[in-house]
Design a protein around this ligand. Structure first.
Ligand SMILES: C[S@@+](CC[C@H](N)C(=O)[O-])C[C@H]1O[C@@H](n2cnc3c(N)ncnc32)[C@H](O)[C@@H]1O
Length: 344
């Protein structure tokens, strides 16, 4: 069943972590991050633990506030957030030229929102790869409800080391997922390996733009807040992703920061100055209500201890993302299509 009520949110906090261990998981998670004295190397060496703790802690908040697809989108005036998210998924399918019968890989598939939409839009069979067990459980349940469970499936594994033979897929995509990789080149190399020759990989990447100044303290703080609030070991520059693709052997067909094509800023739903009835839960008032409900539910034992702390670092993430968007030092919409050459 789709879970989008406040009690579902409370019951889901911690995912597969034992409810009595949620608070200590929050502690461990926070300490990985620069805002709490953590270091990039530690986050990279322990990326599986760091990223899985993050998604166990936040997935029910994401479902409650954002829906089944956990990503941003460029947005046109008059479009709702949900419509823009769906269009962004269709755009990816079109750029990959998906055809009925194609065997497609979704790298870091979340709870399968994009997978369900893209498979229905393109009549393809999609394998969702994800290393988070709680999300896989949710994804399977939602696929069964949407009746796409005969054509699409999920595999629990690390995208740095996939359990697929070489040259398996007709197409691969990653939506705001490979930003969690400890080494972006190694993650692209692994995707290259499982693609058939002549076939394409497309992605939306989270990146620092050329406006980011690594010696500027305000910029550093915004970057650290985004890493903390989103389970990231390190946010790369757009140019580093491009170099990594080429080094992995891909021929880059086109690449662009799609924030330039977004008349409505991608971060608007998180901006506390913005009010929207259709995304009410994301507004300042909606978040205030959620904060108070979580506090009450934690107090009476219906939400695990530590739930308020999770809400706290997600609020920090939202602030960091809005500042990153306004200053244009950060983009979650760096897009590329890259082809594995026919003869390798
Ligand atoms: C921001 S979510 C995006 C999910 C999905 N693409 C969507 O747009 O709804 C990132 C996803 O990447 C997955 N992920 C992160 N690191 C991973 C890894 N090393 N191997 C497999 N999946 C990973 C997370 O578990 C999560 O599902």
């Amino acid at each position: 069943m789709s879970k989008s009520g406040m009690l579902d949110l409370a019951a889901g906090v911690g995912g597969k972590i034992d409810k009595s261990d949620v608070l200590s998981a929050v502690d461990t998670y926070e300490k990985y991050h620069t805002c709490y004295g953590g270091e990039e190397q530690e986050r990279k060496s322990n990326y599986t633990d760091m990223v899985n703790k993050y998604y166990d802690l936040v997935t029910s908040f994401y479902e409650f506030g954002w829906g089944e697809s956990f990503h941003f989108a460029p947005r046109w005036k008059g479009e709702s957030l949900k419509e823009s998210i769906t269009r962004h998924e269709h755009f990816l399918a079109l750029q990959l030229e998906l055809k009925p019968g194609h065997k497609v890989l979704d790298v870091g598939c979340g709870i399968g929102g994009p997978l369900r939409e893209i498979s229905r839009f393109s009549s393809t069979s999609i394998t969702g790869l994800n290393n988070n067990e709680y999300q896989i459980t949710r994804a399977k349940e939602l696929n069964r409800i949407a009746e796409v469970d005969k054509t699409c499936s999920f595999v629990k594994a690390d995208f740095m080391n996939m359990p697929f033979p070489d040259c398996t897929f007709d197409a691969a995509y990653a939506i705001e997922a490979t930003c969690h990789a400890p080494d972006v080149y190694e993650s692209y190399k692994e995707i290259y390996r499982v693609l058939k020759p002549g076939q394409c990989f497309a992605a939306y990447e989270w990146c620092m733009t050329d406006s980011y100044d690594p010696s500027n303290r305000d910029h550093q703080k915004i970057k650290a807040e985004i890493e903390l609030g989103n389970g990231l070991p390190e946010i790369r520059f757009t140019r580093q992703c491009l170099e990594a693709l080429e080094k992995a052997g891909f021929e880059v067909l086109w690449e662009k920061d799609l924030t330039m094509d977004s008349p409505v800023p991608w971060y608007l739903p998180l901006d506390t100055n913005h009010f929207s009835l259709s995304s009410f839960r994301l507004t300042a008032l909606g978040r205030l209500i959620t904060r108070n409900m979580i506090k009450t539910l934690e107090y009476i034992g219906l939400a695990p201890k530590g739930s308020q702390r999770v809400q706290g670092f997600l609020e920090k993430a939202a602030e960091g993302l809005v500042k990153g968007g306004r200053t244009e030092i950060f983009t979650p919409l760096y897009f590329f299509v890259a082809r594995k050459p026919r003869s390798t």
